[in-house]
Design a protein. Structure first.
Length: 191
């Protein structure tokens, strides 16, 4: 495969989200054969199984964009020791109706940033549990529980000097993870 399209899912809706800043800075560490499209999740209705037979246009868009991707990158805050409701809502929409999930088989990376010292550790574990059920092979190591502080992202939106080596290593492992799963024939897009 010559090019890898990655669905970038940020679990925060906040305009000045530190996780969105981190997500966009991370994408700059990827090689040229990777491109990232942030998947919009702020316009999805609340998931209701009654709507499975007539999904909203925003849900169909989400499912189409995820289906077209060769990998997933989740960057999310932690709310009340778990994933934000808006992220779970998006995951639920993409997994339904039952048997028609767009998530399965897509290699994923999970990380997040927080002002707190545990840096989204519990949210990431909850997200990994959900993704495991959905048959999403998720990069296990290195884990990245980012304590967001001054200098993490510089004025130009790049990863700061103090974290660049660690996050470059994370991105390199993620890239290898995506390539391994795609080269094994898992979820290549239809020709």
């Amino acid at each position: 495969m010559d090019h890898y399209q990655i669905a970038l899912i940020v679990g925060s809706l906040r305009k000045d989200s530190i996780n969105r800043k981190l997500a966009h800075a991370l994408t700059r560490l990827a090689p040229a054969d990777f491109s990232f499209t942030e998947i919009r999740i702020d316009d999805l209705p609340l998931y209701n199984q009654d709507d499975d037979s007539h999904q909203a246009a925003s849900v169909l868009r989400l499912k189409s964009e995820v289906a077209a991707a060769q990998g997933l990158l989740f960057v999310s805050p932690e709310y009340n020791r778990s994933i934000p409701g808006v992220l779970k809502n998006a995951i639920d929409h993409g997994s339904r109706p039952y048997g028609q999930s767009v998530w399965g088989g897509k290699p994923a990376g999970v990380l997040g940033a927080s002002m707190g010292a545990i840096g989204t550790a519990l949210a990431q574990q909850h997200l990994r549990n959900v993704l495991a059920y959905l048959d999403v092979p998720t990069l296990g190591q290195p884990e990245a529980f980012i304590h967001y502080k001054d200098g993490l992202i510089d004025e130009e939106g790049n990863v700061g000097e103090g974290s660049r080596k660690f996050l470059q290593t994370w991105m390199d492992k993620y890239v290898a993870w995506v390539k391994t799963h795609n080269n094994a024939g898992d979820h290549r897009p239809a020709a």
